[in-house]
Design a binder for this molecule. Structure first.
Ligand code: ADP
Length: 376
């Protein structure tokens, strides 16, 4: 019993039992201070006044002059609700009473006999140890709840921030765009070649920034809760994607080969965005005479694994993770784009409960792989 110090509130009206209990605790040589009261009323008063006591244990007789030991638990249903460790004593040992005590948040139940009262200090020690675990668990749960709340708040703030910034930035940008167009149209003659060159650079930068803002807006919209989950036949969806990409396919003289695909429960708009980006990249970052992008899938039961494979320029190993970062681009001038596409893809896949990665070797093409949970 070494090292366990504290106060026990003992609620017991029978003197002989109080004596037995005191002696049992004394015999163990422990330093328990036993505060004894006789009624429920006195007990509740003491508890009210001693809330701050670090370790205290309540041992309550079931039958008391003004009620029962369970009245101390105040209608609780678990030890956490009771708020302190409670042991119920009774001479009427019945199964029913035991169950009732435990259901009312008592941590243990002891039948009053000379023998079991002698054992009480060990029961008390065990109960306190369990109580320690409960409060520790509760503390961890509380911490976790707090973290989750904070994280949700940060997420909300971030979403709001992104869309406010994006909307507010668009207005001045439109002004710059409008006035530089006016300058170019009405005052081009007053500028020399270098001046017109500068003006063009301004217009390009503005154009680029508005595309980046559009991408930021899109990124902030991915995964919004109001985007419904629905059954999507990916064969149909990919037909649509191919139609929408027909200009790029024609320009690159490319081919998009789609194998048989499943019907999945997902967010249609974002699935389309995902495939559009990956297929477009496969055709874009491609110097082959016959650019080709192939889409296939596997079903492992728990997950679907999709592959978007191209015969393009490939990616060096050290960039395989970095290309998913926002506005990260490996070939800034050669190809059009802002560098947000793969960040959007990553967010879409993660919001849908999957992961995305790329397998690639320079000159050997790239395969973008992503998983989606199979809900069926
Ligand atoms: P963007 O296409 O607008 O440049 P992404 O976020 O889609 O932006 O891609 C980021 C970068 O990753 C690209 O600029 C390119 O360097 C590289 N990349 C993406 N897809 C491929 C691909 N299929 N093959 C080779 N490189 C790729």
């Amino acid at each position: 019993m070494e090292g366990v110090f504290g106060t026990i509130l003992l609620i017991e009206d029978e003197e002989s039992h109080v004596e037995l209990i005191r002696r049992a605790f004394e015999d163990t040589g422990s330093n328990w201070e036993i505060h004894r009261v006789v009624t429920v009323r006195e007990a509740l008063k003491w508890l009210g006044e001693n809330k701050s006591k670090q370790i205290f244990l309540v041992i309550a007789d079931y039958l008391l002059p003004d009620g029962t030991g369970l009245d101390i638990a105040n209608g609780a249903k678990s030890p956490e609700e009771v708020g302190f460790p409670l042991i119920i004593l009774t001479s009427h040992g019945s199964e029913q009473l035991a169950v009732r005590s435990l259901k009312s948040g008592a941590m243990d139940y002891v039948v009053k006999s000379a023998e079991s009262l002698q054992e009480l200090p060990w029961t008390a020690e065990r109960v306190l140890r369990e109580w320690g675990h409960i409060t520790e668990r509760r503390k961890i749960e509380k911490e976790l709840e707090r973290y989750v709340k904070e994280l949700e708040q940060v997420n909300r703030d971030l979403k709001e921030f992104t869309s406010t910034v994006s909307h507010d930035l668009k207005a001045p940008l439109r002004t710059i765009q409008a006035f530089s167009t006016l300058l170019m149209e009405d005052y081009a003659d007053s500028l020399d070649e270098t001046g017109r060159g500068y003006l063009n650079k301004i217009r390009e930068a503005v154009e680029r920034m508005s595309m980046q803002i559009e991408d930021l807006l899109k990124l902030s919209r991915v995964g919004r809760k109001y985007t419904e989950l629905e059954m999507v036949d990916l064969n149909e969806l990919l037909e649509e994607v191919k139609t929408d990409l027909s200009a790029r396919i024609a320009e690159r003289k490319g081919e998009v080969v789609v194998g048989e695909l499943p019907t999945v429960t997902t967010q249609r708009v974002w699935m389309k965005e995902l495939f559009m980006n990956l297929i477009d990249n496969g055709l874009k970052f491609n110097k082959s005479a016959k650019p080709k992008v192939e889409i296939s899938y596997e079903n492992s039961g728990k997950n679907y694994l999709f592959r978007v494979r191209d015969n393009g320029i490939g990616i060096e190993e050290r960039y395989l993770d970095r290309i998913f970062n926002l506005f990260e681009r490996l070939h800034t001038h050669e190809y059009d784009g802002t560098g947000a596409g793969l960040t959007i893809c990553k967010k879409i896949v993660e919001e849908l409960g999957g992961v995305i990665w790329v397998e690639s070797k320079p000159g050997k093409g790239s395969t973008f792989c992503f998983t989606l949970p199979n809900y069926r």
